[in-house]
Design a protein around this ligand. Structure first.
Ligand SMILES: [Zn+2]
Length: 118
């Protein structure tokens, strides 16, 4: 089953929406970091390092999602979206619904993840 142009367009709008949300989050996170840097005093240093580590890891996860979204949008534009990069088969619509960034069909994904797939 192939995704229609309208399906792809709707999906792209969703991705663009999510991309904007993430951009706002990333911007507010990095401006918070700047405020921290300016108001830093010696007594608070341990706390601020811990918070910074936390924030950085959050940012990493979101940044990962962000780059996945960029890749998905690019794939939609190129017309390769929803096609398994391993075997070239169409990825099922149901799988894409739950995982819009899927780059492999379920079979190839399970193989790639070994028996750890849950
Ligand atoms: Zn495949």
């Amino acid at each position: 089953m192939k995704l229609s142009k309208a399906d792809l367009e709707r999906l792209k709008q969703d991705l663009l929406q999510r991309k904007l949300e993430l951009e706002h989050e990333l911007v507010s996170l990095s401006s918070e970091q700047m405020v921290d840097g300016q108001s830093q005093d010696d007594g608070d240093q341990v706390v601020s390092i811990t918070m910074e580590t936390l924030r950085n890891s959050l940012q990493d996860t979101e940044y990962q999602e962000y780059s996945n979204i960029l890749a998905a949008i690019e794939a939609i534009d190129k017309g390769t979206y929803g096609i398994c990069r391993e075997c070239g088969e169409q990825i099922s619509e149901n799988r894409l619904k739950y995982n819009p960034n899927a780059r492999r069909c379920l079979g190839c994904q399970e193989r790639a993840e070994g028996k750890e797939f849950r």
